[in-house]
Write a protein that binds this ligand. Structure first.
Ligand code: ATP
Ligand code: MG
Length: 650
């Protein structure tokens, strides 16, 4: 940004206080903020004590080698023991850990006792293959229980995993295998998606062909299709694990032992291999899951719809929920198979009470219409979560009304692969939520909105979001690249020592935070900094619009011009008056400064596999450049369609 602050444009005044019953029984109350403010490290020590430590820590935080933090130094624990065994030992072995719902409709429920046996067998199997603590294991798997088992087995023996989205290409998998020098790859024959069987093994083969570090490939049988096979290298998961003992003694690892490497979504550029470690990570994912979802392990049924291949799946399908003894749903497929009501059939079938999904999904459901969820019994729901992108106020309200029946609080959770766990989010029993606001930093977390010079902006102002205190689940680096770690996150405010997240935010009059998207995406139009998020939210608030992406393209007179790409809800595609109507609508909602110069109606937007809009590619198109890194794009052909439609004359 070349201006000191960001223009504060949209004005949202709706407020939703917590339901009285939830407020009265909430796991975490306002008191937690007071306690954490009085003694931040003491607060985190108390949260760490929610876990089982084989050996207690000496020091809560060692920040002497900043930006490389060490949390709970000298402490030792086993992540898998904390997520599985201790619940069985406490008498909860019969409780269901995972209700697996396959896309074709097959289902299977796994209790904590069964999960323990499976994880032990898998840990013994990996050990038989020669995997020892510190070795890396790549996991290229669909959304099936074995994926969770594989991750926990790795954690159990101290072998950091690197999970790669099943929908990524062989080349993407290969570069991640090489970067981490993984010794073993765990994959599957295939999976079910959109009513068809998708191959996985051929891509896995292509990826490992010539990969020097890979010694063995373990293959889970999911679909039962024929697969290519290389004797000596490939092993069936079931053959290897079936003959293992279901007993395994978990060894405790140092609090700073590496737990996993995970690559960022690639929304802003080449993905970074983010490293997370053991004690601090588990402490914060466990606490935030307990606090923000108010999980009651005896009665709640939790469902996070993310793919396990991105950080939300790691922290809020595997480690957070299981450490809290959640009963959860794991769903293999897409929301529109066999019909557009699949998510709501799943909610009704398992009586899901806590649902965690992404704005991209919510906008899709809006486009499909409220009559679809209305056909299912959603009365079991009590809390709704959102993550991944800023949620447009209209999408927030739609989610609350059509999914939450007007009674469920919405927790909009801001965090990143790098932060490991939620950082900014309302507590459902405390906050009077505001549509589109992630509210304030969680207890024990400290964030600021600052100017380019690093000066905090007053309430009502906007600027750059920074984290000014270390947090337990913070990244410990970029794998193999300490320079990239310093450059990317710590070089913007070297004097203040802030972690710069890359996102813009504004503070409202109450000091609550509104995330405004990537700083790189913020537009400078005739001297005003305008966030893409706010213009998109204004467009989405028009009844004809389902989804919008906005970019600033170079312009000789105004610096940048606002170019928008709009997906309609259906019905008005042919209406020649709509272009002018939408421009007028943005002018009314925000002001003439934010009026898009161009509106392009499109059928799809370029998105990462995790569902985020890739504005940098739209900007490449708008400025007639060749496209940047597209390796994490869901469907590269979307860009050809968009490029073909955009008139460059403007
Ligand atoms: P890359 O870093 O490779 O460009 P990425 O930033 O998309 O990819 P993630 O770690 O998956 O990778 O996403 C984190 C980002 O997602 C945040 O920096 C923020 O921009 C956005 N985000 C996540 N949750 C929210 C939210 N609740 N509100 C607003 N933005 C969010
Ligand atoms: Mg990022």
């Amino acid at each position: 940004m070349s201006e000191e602050t960001l223009s504060n444009l949209l004005n949202e005044t709706r407020r939703f206080p917590p339901p009285a019953e939830l407020a009265a029984t909430a796991n975490v109350t306002e008191e937690a903020y007071r306690q954490a403010a009085a003694d931040r490290l003491g607060f985190w020590a108390e949260q760490a004590a929610r876990l089982h430590w084989e050996q207690p820590w000496d020091e809560v935080l060692d920040w002497s080698d900043r930006p490389f933090a060490r949390w709970f130094t000298g402490g030792r624990l086993n992540v898998a023991y904390n997520c599985v065994d201790r619940h069985v030992e406490a008498g909860h072995g019969e409780q269901i850990a995972i209700h697996f719902e396959g896309e074709p409709g097959d289902s299977r429920s796994v209790s904590y006792a069964e999960l323990q046996r499976e994880v032990c067998r898998a840990a013994n199997a990996l050990t038989e293959l020669g995997v020892v603590a510190g070795d890396r294991v790549a996991i290229y798997m669909p959304m099936i229980p074995e994926t969770v088992v594989a991750m926990l087995a790795c954690a159990r023996i101290g072998a950091p995993h690197s999970v790669v989205f099943a929908a990524f290409s062989a080349a993407a998998l290969r570069s991640r295998i090489d970067d981490a020098e993984a010794k073993v790859l765990i994959t599957a024959d295939g999976y079910h998606r959109r009513g068809t069987v998708v191959d996985l093994k051929p891509q896995a083969d292509e990826a490992v062909d010539g990969a020097e570090s890979i010694e063995k490939v373990l293959v889970v049988r999911r679909t039962g299709q024929q697969v290519p096979w290389q004797d000596g290298r490939d092993l069936w998961w079931h053959e290897l694990t079936d003959r293992q003992s279901d007993q395994h003694t978990a060894e405790a690892f140092d609090s700073e032992h590496p737990l996993f490497i995970l690559y960022t979504s690639g929304t802003t550029g080449r993905p970074k291999g983010i490293l997370h470690t053991t004690g601090g990570y588990l402490t914060q994912v466990s606490y935030t899951h307990h606090a923000v979802f108010d999980l009651k392990p005896d009665t709640d049924v939790y469902w996070c719809t993310a793919d396990v291949g991105w950080v939300t799946g790691h922290s809020y399908i595997v480690y957070g929920p299981l450490s809290n003894r959640a009963t959860q749903v794991l769903y293999e497929g897409t929301p529109d198979t066999p019909d557009r009501g699949r998510f709501w059939h799943n909610v009704a079938k398992y009586k899901v009470s806590i649902l965690y999904t992404a704005p991209t999904a919510i906008r899709t459901f809006m486009k499909w219409g409220g009559d679809i969820p209305a056909k299912s019994d959603l009365s079991s729901l009590r809390i709704l979560g959102s993550v991944g992108e800023p949620i447009n106020p209209e999408a927030w309200i739609w989610y609350r009304e059509h999914i939450g029946g007007g009674r469920c609080p919405i927790v909009d959770t801001w965090w990143q692969t790098e932060t490991g766990a939620m950082m900014i989010a309302p507590l459902p029993g405390v906050a009077a939520t505001k549509p589109g606001s992630a509210m304030r930093p969680l207890p024990g977390i400290s964030a600021q909105v600052v100017t380019n010079a690093g000066v905090p902006v007053p309430d009502g102002g906007g600027g750059l979001l920074v984290l000014d205190q270390p947090w337990p689940s913070m990244l410990r680096g970029v794998w193999g690249d300490p320079e990239r770690f310093r450059d990317t996150y710590w070089s913007r405010f070297p004097e203040q020592g802030y972690y710069f997240a890359g996102d813009g935010a504004k503070k409202d009059a109450d000091g609550d935070l509104w995330l405004l998207g990537r700083v790189d995406d913020i537009m400078l139009v005739s001297g005003h900094n305008i966030s893409t998020t706010e213009v998109e939210s204004a467009l989405v608030s028009h009844p004809a619009v389902a989804e919008a992406a906005v970019v600033g393209a170079k312009d000789e007179t105004t610096g940048q011009r606002i170019v928008s790409f709009v997906i309609l809800r259906g019905g008005r595609e042919e209406d020649p008056g709509l272009d002018a109507e939408l421009k007028a609508h943005v002018t009314k909602e925000i002001g003439p400064i934010a009026r898009p110069r161009q509106i392009q109606f499109v059928a799809e937007l370029p998105k990462t596999r995790s569902g985020k809009i890739m504005r940098r590619l739209l900007k490449d198109v708008a400025e007639e450049r060749s496209l940047g890194d597209t390796t994490t794009l869901t469907d590269a052909s979307v860009m050809d369609l968009i490029a073909a439609k955009l008139p460059h004359a403007a």
